[in-house]
Design a binder for this molecule. Structure first.
Ligand SMILES: Nc1ncnc2c1ncn2[C@@H]1O[C@H](COP(=O)(O)OP(=O)(O)O)[C@@H](O)[C@H]1O
Ligand SMILES: [Mg+2]
Length: 218
């Protein structure tokens, strides 16, 4: 699903955010990307998502060379990738159904179809019964589940999560991890960046560890 070959990323002349990173994540896999703050985790996810371009090297995502695709094809690529961040930004004045459906407004999807798909996505994270609630009426873990539903609405082949449980307590963290495992068991490849070693150990999945921009263990 993700094949990175000798990837380098330099934001400025002095330092290298990623150095000679070669990693493969197989289709259907659930994998962690770990390492201390500044190791390059977020940078790697941004390259996969084509938010940044590598300084050197190639990245193939779902068979497409994302380092070479023309700008016009970036939206198509992004529709096939769901992304979840630590600071899940939900619109406070919109219901959670609207928050999830919102993503589809930029696409040409009818209003009825938007609601139907948003409902299905909320159902997959177990929050359809709260679809008319507003974000602030939900717990932090529930809000993060809404953000995950939003990431899942286009039925992505790949789900990227960047420190998705950084602000959550241990119980909610496990709840989110269980949800990622369910998403994974339905066929989506999942890559989670985190520095939470305890959580990684509890889940027992493959770990790609970065340190100062280099892969140190697989
Ligand atoms: N937009 C940017 N401009 C300049 N340097 C950056 C930028 N983003 C990240 N960096 C640097 O790249 C390195 C890796 O950062 P990052 O990928 O955010 O690591 P992590 O997510 O593992 O904490 C850090 O040294 C960071 O300061
Ligand atoms: Mg980061």
């Amino acid at each position: 699903m993700i094949q990175a070959f000798h990837v380098y990323k330099q934001y400025d002349r002095e330092s290298c955010a990623l150095s000679d990173v070669t990693v493969h994540v197989n289709k259907g896999e659930f994998c962690f990307l770990t390492g201390p703050s500044g190791a390059g985790k977020t940078t790697f996810l941004k390259l996969v998502f084509r938010e940044e371009l590598p300084s050197q090297g190639q990245i193939i995502v779902g068979g497409r060379n994302v380092t070479a695709i023309p700008d016009g094809q970036i939206p198509l690529l992004r529709r096939s990738i769901g992304v979840v961040f630590q600071d899940f930004k939900l619109l406070k004045r919109r219901t959670i159904l609207e928050n999830v459906a919102f993503v589809l407004k930029i696409l040409t999807v009818s209003s009825k179809e938007q609601k139907r798909r948003a409902f299905t996505a909320l159902k997959s994270v177990g929050l359809h019964h709260k679809m008319h609630a507003y974000p602030l009426q939900l717990s932090g873990g529930e809000q993060q589940r809404v953000a995950i539903a939003r990431a899942l609405i286009n039925d992505p082949m790949l789900l990227l999560a960047d420190e998705p449980t950084g602000n959550l307590d241990p119980d909610m963290t496990m709840e989110i991890m269980t949800l990622f495992q369910e998403v994974n068991s339905r066929g989506t490849t999942v890559l989670v960046a985190t520095h939470d070693r305890e959580m990684i150990q509890r889940l027992g999945k493959r770990v790609i560890a970065l340190e100062k921009g280099r892969v140190v263990t697989e």
